[in-house]
Design a protein around this ligand. Structure first.
Ligand code: NAD
Length: 494
């Protein structure tokens, strides 16, 4: 899908300064302010992006509202919408290599993962929702004779989407493509840490012929552009992926403004439960990938390993050995298995969480420190903590970095209690050869997603969403459109 020669040809290409996309035009922020984009690969200045604020959000929302109201997208045939989304998907795929390399330079994900998880995944999502556009039916209600009750899907209007810095294209596409498929206009606020690939996506949509104003992108900080979108009186639905703290703010903003619906895809502290009847080598290999790929900056990362006590020592040793043998370093090297931390601030957060865990008595088996500091980039060695208690911060708080804890258990009931014993409920996993136990665990684990004998690699056909403090609502699958439409009843006297 991408060769080292292609990567090397793209790795030094100059990146133009990012502008907002508002009403089909690339524009600077009204105040002219800019933010620096620092590459986590080496700490160098990659480019700048517009520092949008309330005025830019106001223009973008006004453009989105005009586009929605005049029907240039919202009232065209669903099949025509579908063709456009498919065209966009093809255009993303056509420049997947350049998009992937630019995205890696922006947020540090290793290229072997980024090429699949970012442009190719986003292309697939646009094609998927493109195909769905004219395959959505309403309902006819079983009313009494002489009346007709129809249940229709109506687009909500203007959707605000706020994206995180990990997988901006993939997560952005989940929201943008599903919202557009339902007939809405969209205003996107990318993360200030990783805006570049979403800005290019905006251009691609424009080049493919998406009408002006239907998709608008305003870059800027969360506290300026993000909060303005969250507080806007003319945004109907807000869809967010990011941290719980910001999610709480967005619910407050909605309550303080127009009561817009807020859908939150938040963090996790996802458990992977390994029973003693598992294929230990396969389970250990999966566990290592499930926490250390993208240096743990994955919302569904399996950051807690729960292991049958009789295999705890052997299994932990295997995980430690594999972690220590992971090829780390240049994210633009196809052989690298875990890339950089997206920002210096996040690297320091992770190192702070490691220090805290140690001060609480957790046993550091490997990692726990910055590596490759001589590059100027932000890298942390895969980190394994053993001998942690259920109440320790490393077990209870999302670290969002390459840090995993290991806890032994004696019984299935205890495994379930430990697995469910955090505020989160995003993802989970089970390794066992016992099919009945696998089904019991699927039923009992409190999470939006349960993997069995695998972890990750979940495609567009199934929803992703959390329970508890991992959020509400779902991205992906036909259910991914539910957030972006209202049920509308027509009651007709015959
Ligand atoms: P973050 O919450 O710091 O930022 C997310 C977005 O919110 C950014 O665009 C940011 O600018 C914006 N923002 C910040 N403050 C804001 C404010 N006051 N008002 C409005 N917007 C504001 O999250 P992050 O660090 O970019 O991403 C990491 C987090 O996202 C982790 O908790 C991770 O688990 C979570 N995440 C969840 C999923 C999922 O699907 N559940 C996927 C990826 C990441």
């Amino acid at each position: 899908m991408i060769t080292q020669e292609q990567i090397d040809a793209l790795r030094g290409v100059a990146v133009k300064a990012g502008q907002c996309l508002i009403d089909g035009a690339a524009v600077s922020s009204v105040m002219g302010a800019q933010l620096e984009v620092i590459s986590p690969l080496d700490g160098s200045l990659l480019t700048t992006i517009a520092a949008g604020d309330r005025q830019d959000i106001d223009s973008a929302v006004a453009a989105a509202r005009r586009a929605f109201d005049d029907g240039r997208w919202s009232r065209i045939a669903p099949a025509a919408r579908g063709r456009m989304l498919q065209r966009i998907g093809d255009a993303i795929a056509a420049e997947a290599q350049a998009l992937a390399v630019m995205g890696v330079r922006d947020n540090g994900t290793e290229i072997s993962m980024a090429i699949k998880a970012e442009p190719m995944s986003a292309a697939g999502t646009f094609r998927y929702y493109g195909e769905l556009c004219d395959k959505q039916y309403g309902e006819v209600a079983p009313t009494a004779p002489g009346t007709l009750g129809m249940v229709l899907h109506a687009p909500v209007g203007v959707v605000g989407a706020i994206a995180p810095w990990n997988f901006p294209l993939m997560i952005g596409a989940w929201k943008i493509a599903a919202a557009l498929a339902a007939g809405n206009s969209v205003v996107v606020k990318p993360s200030e840490v990783a805006s570049l690939s979403l800005l290019r996506l905006g251009e691609i949509c424009h080049e493919a012929g998406l009408p002006d104003g239907v998709l608008n992108i305003v870059t800027g900080t969360g506290i300026d552009a993000g909060a303005a979108l969250g507080r806007h009186m003319d945004v109907d639905v807000l869809t967010f992926t990011g941290s719980g703290g910001v999610g709480r703010r967005l619910m407050e903003y909605a309550a303080q403004s127009n009561l817009k619906r807020v859908y939150l895809e938040l963090g996790g502290k996802s458990p992977l439960v390994v029973f003693d009847d598992s294929d230990l080598e396969a389970a250990a290999k999966t566990a290592v990938g499930a926490i250390f790929r993208n240096s743990g900056q994955v919302c569904v990362a399996a950051s807690r390993l729960l292991v049958s006590r009789n295999i705890h020592a052997e299994f932990t040793n295997r995980v430690v050995a594999m972690a220590e043998n992971m090829p780390l370093g240049d994210p633009l090297d196809l052989g690298t298995a875990a890339g950089a931390i997206a920002s210096e601030a996040q690297m320091n957060n992770i190192l702070g969480a490691v220090d805290l865990a140690q001060s609480e008595g957790a046993e550091l088996r490997t990692g726990g420190k910055r590596i490759h500091a001589e590059t100027g980039g932000y890298y942390i060695a895969p980190t394994v903590f053993d001998n942690v208690t259920q109440t320790s911060s490393a077990v209870q708080k999302e670290i969002f970095g390459p840090v995993v804890t290991v806890q032994p258990f004696d019984t299935e009931d205890e495994a379930v209690a430990l697995a469910n014993g955090t505020d989160y409920g995003l993802s989970s996993g089970v390794f066992t050869r016992d099919i009945s136990r696998a089904h019991r665990m699927v039923e009992r684990l409190r999470a939006g997603l349960v993997h069995v004998n695998t972890y990750g690699g979940v495609d567009n056909t199934v929803p992703l969403g959390g329970v508890g403090q991992s959020g509400n609502g779902h991205d992906k699958s036909p259910h991914g459109m539910d957030k972006f439409r209202n049920l509308k009843t027509a009651w007709i006297q015959l």
